[in-house]
Design a protein. Sequence first.
Length: 340
Amino acid sequence: MSPEVGDPNEAEGVLNPASGRTPDGRLHLLPRIVAAGNVSRVGLVEVELSDAGVPVGVDRRGVVLEPDEDWERGALGSGVEDPRTTWMRDLGVHVMSYVAFGPSGPTPALAVSDDLLSWRRLGPLHFEYEPELATDLNLFPNKDVVLFPEPVIAPDGVESYAFLHRPMWDLAWVLPGEGVHLPAGVTDERPGIWVSFAPAAAVRADIRAIGHLSQHRAVALSEFPFELLKIGAGPPPIRVPEGWLLIHHGVSGTMAPGWVVQLDVHYAAGAMILDADDVTKVIARTAEPLLMPEVPEELVGTVANVVFPTAIEEVGGVLYVFYGMADARIGVARLERTDT
């Protein structure tokens, strides 16, 4: 998918899509579409398949989420950005996590839908204060929020819904001069992947409870050269025989401070396996990227040298990963299993 010439909503790019199927079974993407001034919306497009069942294009269906709320609009930027969606079979709804870019910088928020067409906001995520961390996670910018598609067991042994997310400990991003504030026991200030939980019983009684999270744990931090600066979750995890497969992005290079276009970063995609019985544990991880910028659309764009996976879908028994290309377009890659 590339920006449509003449559409002001897509003037600055289409990127980082979520995905899902409408009640008729048709595969759709929910791309972030960016208008002039870096104002982001969430669109809806139906995926066009070739005769062989390969995704080859899209048919636009309109805009499904606008930055309508005060907390989604700020002086330095506005928008509803980088959606991820998970179909929760036991709840009968799609849950969208997205970044609300407003006065407090990037704030993770949720919306729900039963058809992908109409969405109801649940509001920003709320992280319960936990004394052992000696910090309030609600103070920090947070991105890359993805939801497991079925309940898991939380650290306290209770069946729960689990979100991966990526707090950013340097408050100078939103409060100049404030600097880094690390939770108790954390010594690496680079943003990494965390997990938090919402008890399943409470969510089944009231879907709004899915946004009230506790039992926060670090899952994975930067470890290899391709993720030297930071890592974050990509598409929602999927079950595989070994556990939960999580595609993630890793960032290397040099990051300029503030919400500015980055000129010297390199985004690549890796993968890890989380333990099926304890999603706070990583049991396997790629030391080298599975996908890295190579083709012109990935090397040149709004932010050069970027592949940013955000959705994964099975089509005809084949897994396809949809990803942002240089913050300007959307690409697709086939994910194959090998024995080596």
